[in-house]
Design a protein around this ligand. Structure first.
Ligand SMILES: Nc1ncnc2c1ncn2[C@@H]1O[C@H](COP(=O)(O)OP(=O)(O)OP(=O)(O)O)[C@@H](O)[C@H]1O
Ligand SMILES: [Mg+2]
Length: 282
């Protein structure tokens, strides 16, 4: 038998580096099947393997209905997998956890509370009260440029301002993981660009492990270290693309455009694959 060259053994050893830190988020063989009344059960996610490293910014990209929110809900603890496992920092995710926060598209602000009151709410729910909590809340409002709006109520704010409150509220509690579900989907292009830059600035300071759900290819490429593309029926990972470009990125950079073409092709194939298959439920 021909001996295996030492160089190959070394390469193999490096690819499974035993000293590499464990992934912060670890999804293995996960699937979700919903039981439906008067209809066969519906499998919406299948065989999902996804590892997110500590401090990494990962986007989940895919067509509407492919299961992006369902996958985020699994990781955030709002939903348990039907099969497979979901763990964060080595412990199974069994429900929502104050160390992880979620920002939704619809802001999720309390209309009866002021801007400051909304940020304070997050701190109060973690037992932080009094002048220190107020200072902290004001600090985060300042970071998102809302110092002057502290005493206003949500109905007095634009969509971009509301989402800035939501970002301040989420980050004020210094979470270990930040989940976002299409946070900028309802905003106009320029407000979206502005908030993407703000988010990046805050992320660079904190390096919070971040998972962003989006159907916006450019947003995923502009923000992420890695873009995970999901296909449909059932939702599954069809491609993962590393975006090894320095930040801040130039939205017009040729390299981003090349990656964009690749992602669009992946999405087209994922959609076509889904259409060619008969719709089925397990
Ligand atoms: N509780 C539920 N019961 C049954 N089906 C569900 C449930 N929640 C989600 N689904 C189905 O799972 C599929 C994936 O939904 P999900 O919300 O994860 O998609 P998505 O990729 O986030 O879509 P969008 O981009 O439109 O937000 C959809 O077909 C949806 O109808
Ligand atoms: Mg969704």
């Amino acid at each position: 038998m021909t001996p295996i060259p030492q160089s190959i053994l070394t390469a193999a050893a490096v690819s499974i580096d035993p000293l590499a830190p464990p992934p912060r988020i670890d999804v293995r063989g996960a699937g979700v099947t919903f039981a439906l009344a008067n209809a066969p059960a519906r499998t919406v996610l299948s065989s999902i393997d996804l590892q997110v490293r500590n401090g990494e910014f990962v986007s989940l990209l895919g067509p509407s209905g492919c299961g992006k929110t369902t996958l985020m809900n699994l990781m955030a603890g709002f939903l348990r997998p039907t099969v497979g496992t979901v763990a964060i920092d080595g412990s199974p995710v069994t429900g929502p956890d104050p160390r992880r926060v979620v920002i939704f598209q619809d802001y999720g602000l309390f209309p009866w509370r002021t801007v400051l009151g909304n940020v304070l709410f997050a701190l109060e729910s973690r037992g932080e009260r009094g002048p220190a909590a107020r200072d902290r809340a004001r600090h985060y409002l300042q970071l998102v440029g809302l110092t002057d709006a502290a005493d206003q109520h949500p109905h007095q704010l634009s969509g971009g301002m509301k989402q800035r409150v939501a970002i301040a509220r989420a980050l004020s509690v210094a979470p270990e993981v930040l989940f976002m579900d299409e946070p900028f989907g309802a905003l106009d292009t320029f407000t979206r660009f502005h908030l993407q830059d703000l988010l990046l600035e805050l992320w660079e300071r904190s390096r919070i492990t971040t998972v962003l759900v989006t159907h916006d290819v450019d947003e995923a490429l502009y923000l992420s270290d890695r873009v995970v593309v999901l296909g449909e029926r059932p939702g599954r990972i069809v491609e993962t693309i590393d975006v090894a470009l320095e930040r801040p990125r130039d939205r017009r950079a040729p390299e981003l455009h090349r990656l964009r073409d690749r992602l669009l092709e992946e999405l087209r194939l994922a959609g076509r694959w889904a259409r060619q298959k008969p719709e089925y439920d397990i």
